[in-house]
Design a protein around this ligand. Structure first.
Ligand code: BTN
Length: 220
């Protein structure tokens, strides 16, 4: 049985300076990307995280839907206001942070499938959707949407049954969403600050690419 996201438990594990210090948590939204965009336009601080128990119109890349049943998974959008030079690294930082958090919390080995799908044993565990608003070559805001299948049973959803997995399916036990999300943001902030200080994540991201050296077909 799922329980509501426990903010206290999340903050106890959070070690960041600014990521996740403001948490907006909703029972049900269309997409956390849309709520985060509203907050960004109202001037919300960098590092604000928008979280929902359920999404009724969760979006994936390339116009796909993101299966978002209540209480089981992480549906989160992180609001950032990076310099233009750091913006291009967000699509590496996000999957890397998720991969590092999975390894830290569960010990499972994780790969990244180009450009930023997070895979375990050839199945998709998590995805990243980045939407940014630029004005006159300045980044107004970036919305880093992360969907992680934490306690999902993929067999309940025929549309993803063959292609998706979850931490629960892989480990055989429940993972605490609060602790996982805090670890994810701890990792994300480390990678983000490093990129800001001139240490891009390119090498670490490339080393995890499961498509490295293989021929891939890209559909645009
Ligand atoms: C993909 O792999 O296609 C990207 C999936 C991104 C899903 C997340 S869940 C939180 C945020 N809100 C959304 O509507 N999408 C992203």
């Amino acid at each position: 049985m799922s329980t509501a996201f426990d903010k206290k438990r999340f903050h106890e594990r959070l070690k960041t300076q600014f990521l996740g210090r403001t948490l907006i948590c909703r029972e049900s939204v269309g997409s956390t990307q849309d709520l985060a965009r509203e907050e960004a336009r109202k001037g919300a601080a960098e590092g604000t995280i928008v979280l929902a128990e359920e999404q009724t119109k969760g979006r994936g890349r390339l116009g796909r839907a993101w299966v978002s049943p209540p209480g089981e998974n992480i549906y989160a959008t992180l609001l950032l206001r990076p310099e233009l030079g750091v913006l291009r690294y967000l699509s590496m930082i996000a999957p890397l942070a998720i991969a590092q958090a999975v390894e830290e919390e569960t010990g499972l080995a994780v790969a990244i499938k180009w450009p930023n799908d997070i895979m375990i044993s050839g199945r998709k565990l998590a995805g990243v959707l980045i939407e940014s608003e630029l004005r006159e070559e300045r980044v107004e805001y970036s919305l880093v949407g992360m969907g992680v299948n934490v306690n999902l049973a993929p067999q309940r959803f025929p549309e993803i049954e063959a292609s998706a997995t979850s931490l629960k399916e892989q480990t055989g036990k429940e993972t605490t969403r609060e602790e996982f999300l805090a670890t994810l943001l701890n990792r994300f902030e480390g990678l983000y600050l490093a990129a800001k200080h001139g240490e891009p994540p390119y090498k670490a991201w490339r080393e995890r690419l499961e498509t490295l050296g293989k021929s891939v077909q890209v559909t645009w």
